[in-house]
Design a protein around this ligand. Sequence first.
Ligand SMILES: Cc1cc2nc3c(=O)[nH]c(=O)nc-3n(C[C@H](O)[C@H](O)[C@H](O)COP(=O)(O)OP(=O)(O)OC[C@H]3O[C@@H](n4cnc5c(N)ncnc54)[C@H](O)[C@@H]3O)c2cc1C
Length: 450
Amino acid sequence: MDDNTRNTRAVDLLIIGGGASGALAALGAVSEGNFRGSVEIVEKEKIPFRKLLASGNGRCNLANLADPRGHYHGSRPSFVNGALFRMPARELLSLFERLGLMTFVDHAERVYPRSMQSKSVVIILRRALSDAGISVNADVGVLSVERDETCFRVQLSDQSSVRARSVIVAAGSPASPQLGGSDSGVSLLRSLGHTICEPLPALVPLRLRKHDMMSDAEGVRFRGSACFESFTGVRSPDVSGEFLITSYGLSGIAAMELGLFVSQASRDSRSRGARGGRIPAEGFRQGRGEQASKDSETAGEAVGKVIIDFLPEMSSESLRTHLESHRAHEHMAAFLSGVVPEKIARVILTSVHSDPHDPLRCIAETAGALKGFALEVEGTRGFEFAQVASGGAVTDEFDSSTMMSRIVPGLFACGEVLDIDGDTGGFNLLWAFSSGYLAGRSSARYLTAR
Ligand SMILES: Cc1cc2nc3c(=O)[nH]c(=O)nc-3n(C[C@H](O)[C@H](O)[C@H](O)COP(=O)(O)OP(=O)(O)OC[C@H]3O[C@@H](n4cnc5c(N)ncnc54)[C@H](O)[C@@H]3O)c2cc1C
């Protein structure tokens, strides 16, 4: 027996990644009554579920009960239907309830553990995995996967290797590397012949060009709506909700929803630079995630502007009428403070013509600033601060009703490693859980049929 053989073990199903989708994949596999095979999860971090623990500010917004249509993005958003039809949010909640987790639904149909602690979700999942006899091999990363005639040969970072009859890649995305995010999942899938759409930071704060708003109103939260317009003329849809002004730019849930559009504009600007010979051209490769992260962290040219509407509930016309009827130009500072937080009011005041003797101009400019305050955007804060990544393995190469690869039989993928990203509000974890469960069940059926 040589060293290689001694360090090689055989399992029926190997799951790469012990996060949200990997755990549900394992539970999905053992839920198939006829399946008697062995299941192992390999997780590169010492502590599994790090992202899940950090999710929802430690409260874990684990699903959303709203109609999922329009809440997912990627090259083929309808791909989510395969998993969400088989395990919609309500069924996911029933599953969690059977495992012992009580949940709470808020006014926006966001689902949280009743304890409002992500730890509860992790404790329940750990217990369910251990009850099902599933081993989680933590602190061991998968380095490579190869397919031969009979099985997958998986090389691990602890010098051992696994022969697996089926493999599920549940390795997530490069978002939040400090919580285990990495692009190794997409690299493994690419090495097996899959096409990768370059991952970009999405749901990520925006870096703005220096402006008084950031120094004078740092730490101020406001409600409003905004859109991003790139300098090449691409305009995002409007997003509404809470924004937070920071020393570097704009954060808060609504601002983060503009992150993907800014990432795309930065990528386009990089590739234009590359064509012009300023930046070396390179295709996607392992580490390109780092490239996107670094590029967006370095100060540079603005890629567009974020246009803020501080009063989305009022049209420009009715705002002007309102300002005129209140003779706002005579006491503009006080008037503005009644509309927006005082520090923002002061910045707006310095940016408009506020001569009380020129009321028409004063009112027109103030209304314009309240309805469309433009700030230049330099980029995003990169993968380090991103909650999810857009891009990943192209979904056309997977069967949405099973999550199995159309290229490599016996290979499955689920969660964020695929080219699907969701809106905030629980849609990303819903996708990770539902697609994981489907991949696990399908893999068990695939193995049982052989
Ligand atoms: C701060 C933060 C807050 C969030 N809050 C929410 C929220 O409230 N609601 C919501 O819906 N979504 C939220 N998200 C997004 C959500 O957490 C992810 O979309 C989800 O965890 C993705 O699940 P996944 O299983 O695909 O990937 P992950 O949960 O990232 O799991 C992948 C696992 O694979 C492991 N891995 C990677 N490569 C390898 C390898 N080569 N070998 C072995 N293991 C490997 C990683 O270490 C990781 O543990 C949040 C994300 C962040 C970062």
